[in-house]
Design a protein around this ligand. Structure first.
Ligand SMILES: O=C(O)CCC(=O)C(=O)O
Ligand SMILES: [Fe+2]
Length: 291
């Protein structure tokens, strides 16, 4: 087996190539994910929200140096319809996060499938002076536990992230730092080396490319070394359908807005119950409230 790296795969390649790269490295770069025009549309939708943010959050891995636009799939139609709803991202989420289980009622088998949900959507924008984030796993929020493994097995992860940068991201402007292969590590103290950079690769992306990452991969936003400019990245994570969503969907996206979204987005926000019997209102699936 070749050593972990970040593979660059064209959007039109067979799905298996993406699946194999994610299993092996925990991450992959998708070439030709979107166009510069679409990125510009998304930027225009998000910029007013970034501009009005006065307080920089220190929640989770955020270190006070990042402007954010939360509730992103509500605030940006482009992010919602073009990036989040992208068939490749949705297929990869289904591939890695779907859970199918057989239970017994007396001796009758009952097999159910739970489909992934949107856990969080947020734009992160860093500027000169922003410091590097500490290396971390995003599935920390769900208290995920990991047995060390030589090879990937189904349902090892419960999060899959999509990063869509608004510009070319380089080391100089804080490209995300990642450790390919670290998704197979256990939960013991990681060895990042004396300079905290052992195995770290800068996920430098061209505008129009996207980055997919499993929730167990160690990573962190990089330092913004340049004295001018900014680095905007639209970030989405889907979780397996039995988990609590990081961003509370029902408070973040009002029902009047959700009614205007596609069925796919409605379902991913949790407006369809997970089988069996999870996420109902008055014992019926909440999609009944959307008509
Ligand atoms: O900004 C980035 O490149 C990564 C952000 C991140 O990993 C986080 O906030 O959890
Ligand atoms: Fe993170």
């Amino acid at each position: 087996m070749t050593s972990p790296s970040i593979q660059r795969i064209p959007y039109s390649a067979p799905r298996d190539e993406f699946i194999n790269a994610l299993k092996k490295d925990g991450c992959v770069i998708v070439q030709d994910f979107t166009t510069l025009e679409t990125l510009e549309q998304a930027r225009q939708e998000v910029e007013p929200w970034l501009a009005q943010e006065d307080k920089r959050s220190k929640v989770g891995a955020l270190n006070g140096g990042t402007r954010t636009c939360t509730r992103l799939v509500g605030r940006s139609q482009t992010v919602r319809e073009k990036f989040f709803s992208d068939p490749l991202y949705q297929d990869m989420a289904e591939q890695f996060l779907v859970i199918e289980t057989t239970n017994w009622y007396n001796e009758e088998p009952s097999t159910s499938t739970t489909h992934p949900l949107l856990s969080i959507s947020i734009t992160m924008d860093i500027h000169p002076g922003a410091k590097a984030q500490k290396l971390h796993r995003d599935d920390k929020n769900h208290h995920a536990r990991h047995a060390p493994a030589q090879a990937y097995h189904h349902n090892r992860d419960m999060l899959l992230g999509l990063f869509v940068p608004g510009c070319d991201t380089t080391r100089a402007i804080g490209a995300t730092r990642v450790i390919p292969g670290s998704h197979l590590w256990g939960d013991e103290k990681p060895d990042f080396g004396p300079n905290l950079d052992k195995g770290v690769i800068d996920a430098e992306l061209k505008a129009g490319e996207a980055f997919l990452m499993l929730g167990s991969l160690y990573h962190g936003g990089g330092e913004f070394y340049q004295t001018t400019g900014n680095r905007m990245v639209h970030i989405m994570f889907m979780c397996s359908g039995v988990y609590r969503q990081e961003e509370i969907s029902y408070l973040s996206y009002p029902v009047e807005d959700v009614r205007t979204y596609s069925k796919l987005v409605q379902e991913c926000l949790g407006w369809k119950q997970s089988e069996p019997n999870l996420g109902w209102v008055d014992l019926v699936s909440p999609e009944a409230l959307l008509v």
